[in-house]
Ligand binder design. Structure first.
Ligand SMILES: [Zn+2]
Ligand SMILES: [Zn+2]
Length: 168
């Protein structure tokens, strides 16, 4: 899969927001926290994820580039709060009262569980094939195997080989 390059100004904006939220948390909880490691490897329709043991936040580079500061303001506190909850309370309900407390009281942001960003550009694409009796959705991986002649798929219902439905 080709990797997406996040422009430097966005990476800097990420770090600015991260450090600012971390400072709020340190003041509020009277404790120092190590700076989480940020990576841009989150795939699919997920905006970000927190890897608790690794003290790492993974961000979706495509959704970050598309939504910029709005993304940062939404996702950084959300994922950082997951890390802090884990640090302070261990394995508890991920979006439970501890997480809501950090979001609302310490970070002063709404405790949204899901992100509001449009996902059409990151939704995985499928390829439509057909046989005598129905249409079938093949993944990119399956489709590539067909293209390379490595595999052909047969309908379980009618036994016919699947043919790509060409878009018109
Ligand atoms: Zn979450
Ligand atoms: Zn069929």
């Amino acid at each position: 899969m080709k990797s997406v390059r996040v422009p430097l100004f966005l990476q800097q904006a990420v770090m600015r927001t991260l450090r600012q939220k971390l400072t709020h948390a340190s003041h509020f909880l009277q404790q120092r926290f190590p700076e989480p490691h940020i990576t841009y490897q989150q795939r699919g329709t997920i905006a970000g994820s927190a890897r608790l043991q690794d003290w790492e936040i993974r961000l979706n580079p495509v959704l970050l580039i598309e939504n910029q500061q709005v993304f940062i303001d939404e996702v950084i506190p959300h994922e950082l709060a997951h890390l802090l909850v884990y640090h302070q309370f261990g394995q508890v309900d991920p979006h439970g009262k501890e997480w809501r407390f950090i979001m609302e009281t310490i970070f002063a942001v709404p405790a949204n569980r899901t992100h509001p960003f449009p996902v059409h550009s990151v939704r995985s694409k499928t390829f439509t094939y057909y046989c005598r009796c129905q249409q079938h959705e093949l993944t990119i991986r399956q489709h590539n195997k067909v293209l390379r002649g490595k595999n052909c798929y047969v309908c379980r219902q009618c036994g016919e080989k699947l043919t790509l439905l060409e878009s018109t």
